[in-house]
Design a protein around this ligand. Structure first.
Ligand code: AMP
Ligand code: MG
Length: 313
């Protein structure tokens, strides 16, 4: 039987699973684990020595030198912000921090606090000098947070490493950010479950049958806190300063580039179905699954032969 290497580890604030098939699978898998931890060290919002923390600390002060790949991710994020008309915006940082959805001091901020944080959101204020890898945030208090795109970047890097090692079949799941290489064990399409937003993790509404693709879901059920019986989730709408409420329970984006699937699933979740589908139609190779507040499931044309809806009992 062919060699298979399977691991689970913790990085980027989440659980990561990988299954790698073939000769070199263990070697490639270990390299991928190290690579993801390295990316976290550079791109984390929380680690003191990260590029992102340095960029944020120097907001409104001075240009600082960043790793070439941080510049790449920020540049890509800016393009995707423009495409999504600001629905996805990595300068949402001050708002994310203010709400503190991930922390033990999560709160519903007052209007003044929200107004102030909102004023700082503007992706055009990230100044980048690509030739010298210098970057700066224009105004004091501005903050970049790559939480909606860095896992996608890491998944793309993982696939690159598998390929470099001659691997033709692999699966990686970075906290719901899934990417597959080739076919499962070289034979069958991979089955990627789509989470039922109302059920415990692992209970799915259906599945995608795919090869060489990334599948990324954004939803309000993933991370949230509750206050006075209202749920406040972690994806922010720059227009209101509140967690977005666009009529969707979740959005799954499918693309062969995980960095795009990641950023755009977030963007579409903010935009809602009507505007989200326009964005999807505009981008080559992008497909999506929408689960609405009324429990309708809508899929794009390109997924017709790839999506299986499970029977509900
Ligand atoms: P995701 O789970 O990929 O949809 O990303 C959500 C994470 O991205 C949040 O936990 C925040 O760190 C950050 N974030 C929240 N709202 C936005 C937004 N509108 N644009 C970009 N990043 C965001
Ligand atoms: Mg995302």
């Amino acid at each position: 039987m062919e060699t298979k290497y399977e691991t689970e580890f913790f990085a980027m604030g989440t659980v990561i699973n990988q299954k790698v098939y073939g000769k070199n699978s263990e070697f490639a898998g270990i390299q991928v684990e190290n690579e993801i931890k390295r990316i976290e060290n550079i791109m984390s919002f929380f680690l003191e020595d990260s590029d992102i923390n340095k960029l944020n600390e120097n907001a409104g002060k001075s240009k600082i030198k960043l790793e070439e790949e941080t510049i790449y991710v920020i540049n890509k994020a800016k393009q995707l912000s423009k495409l999504s008309l600001g629905a996805f915006d990595i300068t949402t940082g001050p708002l994310v921090k203010l709400w503190g959805v991930f922390t033990n001091h999560a709160k519903v901020p007052n209007k003044k606090e929200i107004d102030e944080a909102q004023k700082l959101i503007r992706y055009e204020d990230i100044i980048i000098d690509v030739k010298s890898n210098l970057a700066m945030l224009r105004r004091k208090g501005q903050m970049v947070d790559l939480g909606a795109i860095a896992k996608g970047y890491a998944a793309d890097k993982a696939i690159e490493i598998y390929k470099k090692n001659g691997i033709k079949s692999a699966f990686i799941n970075i906290g719901g950010n899934v990417m597959v290489l080739g076919k499962k064990n070289h034979e069958d399409l991979w089955t990627i479950g789509i989470q039922n937003p109302d059920k415990v993790r692992g209970e799915c509404i259906g599945a995608l049958l795919l090869e060489d693709a990334s599948v990324v879901t954004s939803g309000g059920y993933v991370r949230y806190f509750e206050k006075n019986n209202i749920k406040y989730h972690h994806i922010m709408d720059f227009r209101t300063g509140y967690p977005c409420s666009s009529g969707l329970k979740s959005v799954t984006a499918i693309s062969n580039k995980s960095i795009e699937a990641d950023a755009l699933s977030t963007a579409i979740f903010v935009l809602g179905y009507e505007n989200g589908i326009k964005l999807v139609d505009n981008i080559d190779g992008l497909e999506a699954i929408f689960i609405t507040e009324n429990d309708e499931i809508k899929i794009t044309e390109g997924l017709k032969d790839k999506f299986v809806l499970f029977e509900c009992v």
